[in-house]
Write a protein of this length. Structure first.
Length: 493
C-alpha cells in the first residue's frame, strides 16, 4: 500500500475515534457547565491547564522518540529494551514533576486559588500521571501503524470520565470528586493501552542510567520546545485566573467563559494532529532513505491542512451562536463565549499549519532550532496578555492567541526554508478559496432559513468537498471518491 493510502487509512481510523471522542467531550462539557456554572467550570479548567503544563514537561517529546526508536531498532529485543527504558524514564520523571506541581500550587495565595482547588489539583496529578504513560504506548501503536488502539484507548477513558462526571453532578459531590473522576477515566485508558502495547512489544521496565543520558540528550531540545509552546498557549488561563480584566467579573468566571469555546476548538485541533502522527513514520522513512518523494509529501500535507482550515473558519464564525448553547447549559451566562469562539477559530486554523511546520522540523531532528523562537513566542504572548487582558478580558486573551499563532506560523516556515530550502507552494489556494466561498454562501443561507446547525454543517461540508474535488483542489491521490470507497469497502483503496 502506498504512503498516501496508508496515511489516509490511519487518519480515517483515527478520525472516526476522534469524532466519537469529540461527541463524548461535548457531553462532558455540557454536564460540567450545567453543574458547575461559569465560576466552577473556570476552577475545573485552571486545574486541568495547570497540571497539563507539568504533563508536557514530563513528556519531553518521548512520544515521538518511542516511534523513532521502535522503527530504527534492528531486532525485536532492541525494540523491547528501548521501550522499557523510555517507560522507566517516564515513570521517574512523572513522579518527580507531578510531586513538584502539587507542592507549588500551595504557594499561590488563597485569594486567587481556594484550598478546594489546590487539593483537587493534587488529585488530578494522579490522572495526568496515567495520561503521561498512555501517551508513550500510543507511540508504540503509531510505530506499528495501528493507531486505532490509541484512538480506542482515548474513547474508553472518555466514556468512563463521562459516566463518573454524571454521578458527581447528580450527587453534587464537588470539585474534588471531579478530580477523582479524571483519575478513574485516565486510569482505565492507561490499563487498556498497557495491555495492548504488550501485544506488540513485550517490554520490561529498565532503569538504565546510561541509556537515560542518551535519551535525555536526544529528548531535551524537543522537551524544552514542547514545554515552552504549552506555556505560551496556556499561560492566558493562568493570567485570567489571577487578573480577570473586566470589572464585576470574577477570576473563575473569566476563565470559565474563555475555556468553553477553547475546549471545543482544542478537540477540533486534534484532528490534524491525527493526520500528522500518521504521516510521521513516513517522514522518518523518507528522510533516512533520502527519498525524492519527501518534498512532494510535504506539499500534499500542506494542501490538505489548508483545505481543512479555511472552511472550518467560515463554518464556526457563522454557526458559533448555535454551537455555544449546544455545548453548555442554556442561559445568558454563556452568551459572551460566542464572540470568543469566533475569534479563537482563527488561531486554530493557523495552528493547523504551524503544528505541521513544527512536525517537519522535528522529523528532521532539528528541534534545537525551535528553542529560541519558542522563547520569543512565550515572551510575546505573555507581554501582550498582560497588556490586553485588563481591557478586554477573555476576548483579549483570544485575540492575543490569534496573533501568537500567526507569528509561530510565519517563523516556522522561515526556519524550514533556511534548513531545507523548501517552502509550500500556494497553487491549490485559489481552488480551496473558491470552494470555501461556495460553502460560505451555503452555510449562511441554511442558517438564515433556520436549518438545525449540525445538519447545516454536514451539508455545507459535503458541498465544500464535492466542489473542491471537482476543482481538483484535493492533494494528488486523495479524492472524495477514493475516501468514500475507503469507508465503504476497505479493499477498494
Amino acid at each position: 500500500m502506498s504512503a498516501t493510502k496508508t496515511v489516509a487509512r490511519n487518519t480515517l481510523v483515527q478520525v472516526a475515534g476522534r469524532v466519537l471522542y469529540l461527541a463524548l467531550s461535548l457531553l462532558t462539557t455540557k454536564l460540567l457547565t450545567g453543574y458547575l456554572g461559569t465560576g466552577g467550570y473556570g476552577q475545573y479548567n485552571i486545574i486541568v491547564d495547570y497540571m497539563g503544563f507539568f504533563g508536557v514537561m514530563v513528556d519531553m517529546g518521548l512520544y515521538l522518540i518511542v516511534i523513532q526508536h521502535v522503527e530504527h531498532a534492528k531486532s525485536q529485543a532492541d525494540k523491547e529494551k528501548a521501550v522499557g527504558n523510555i517507560v522507566g524514564l517516564r515513570i521517574i520523571s512523572a513522579v518527580i514533576m507531578f510531586a513538584v506541581a502539587s507542592g507549588l500550587i500551595f504557594l499561590v495565595p488563597s485569594s486567587s486559588y481556594s484550598l478546594t482547588l489546590k487539593y483537587s489539583a493534587c488529585l488530578a496529578a494522579v490522572a495526568f500521571f496515567c495520561v503521561s504513560l498512555s501517551q508513550l504506548f500510543a507511540g508504540v501503536f503509531q510505530a506499528y501503524l495501528h493507531a486505532e488502539w490509541a484512538a480506542l484507548s482515548e474513547v474508553i477513558g472518555k466514556v468512563v470520565v463521562l459516566a463518573t462526571v454524571f454521578v458527581c453532578a447528580r450527587e453534587n459531590l464537588g470539585l474534588e470528586a471531579l478530580a477523582v473522576s479524571l483519575i478513574i477515566g485516565n486510569g482505565a485508558s492507561f490499563i487498556f493501552s498497557f495491555a495492548m502495547a504488550k501485544r506488540f512489544v513485550n517490554f520490561k521496565l529498565h532503569f538504565d542510567w546510561a541509556s537515560y543520558r542518551q535519551i535525555l540528550k536526544e529528548a531535551a531540545p524537543l522537551g524544552l520546545v514542547l514545554a515552552l509552546s504549552y506555556a505560551y498557549v496556556k499561560q492566558d488561563t493562568i493570567i485570567l485566573s489571577l487578573h480577570p480584566g473586566l470589572k464585576g467579573i470574577s477570576h473563575d468566571v473569566a476563565v470559565g467563559i474563555y475555556k468553553v469555546p477553547y475546549r471545543l476548538l482544542e478537540v477540533i485541533q486534534g484532528f490534524p494532529a491525527l493526520f500528522l502522527t500518521a504521516l510521521f513514520p513516513f517522514m522518518n522513512k523518507y528522510i533516512v532513505g533520502k527519498d525524492s518523494r519527501l518534498f512532494s509529501m510535504y506539499q500534499k500535507a500542506f494542501d490538505f491542512l489548508v483545505a481543512l482550515a479555511l472552511p472550518m473558519i467560515v463554518g464556526v464564525v457563522v454557526l458559533a451562536h448555535a454551537l455555544i448553547p449546544f455545548i453548555t447549559k442554556s442561559g445568558t451566562q454563556w452568551t459572551p463565549a460566542v464572540l470568543t469562539m469566533q475569534i479563537l477559530i482563527f488561531s486554530v486554523a493557523f495552528a493547523f499549519i504551524d503544528n505541521y511546520a513544527g512536525f517537519i522540523i522535528i522529523s528532521q531532528k532539528k528541534q534545537k532550532y525551535l528553542i529560541g523562537p519558542n522563547i520569543m513566542y512565550l515572551v510575546f504572548n505573555l507581554v501582550l496578555n498582560i497588556i490586553v487582558i485588563p481591557f478586554w478580558s477573555y476576548n483579549g486573551a483570544a485575540i492575543v492567541t490569534v496573533w501568537t499563532e500567526m507569528l509561530v506560523c510565519a517563523t516556522n516556515f522561515i526556519i524550514i526554508y533556511k534548513l531545507m530550502h523548501w517552502y509550500p507552494k500556494l497553487h491549490a489556494l485559489v481552488k480551496i478559496c473558491g470552494a470555501t466561498a461556495v460553502m460560505g454562501v451555503v452555510v449562511y443561507a441554511l442558517d438564515r432559513i433556520g436549518l438545525y446547525f449540525l445538519l447545516n454543517g454536514a451539508l455545507s461540508m459535503a458541498v465544500y468537498f464535492v466542489v473542491l474535488s471537482a476543482l481538483g483542489g484535493l492533494p494528488e491521490g486523495i479524492t472524495a471518491r477514493a475516501l468514500l470507497a475507503k469507508l465503504v469497502n476497505k479493499s477498494t483503496v
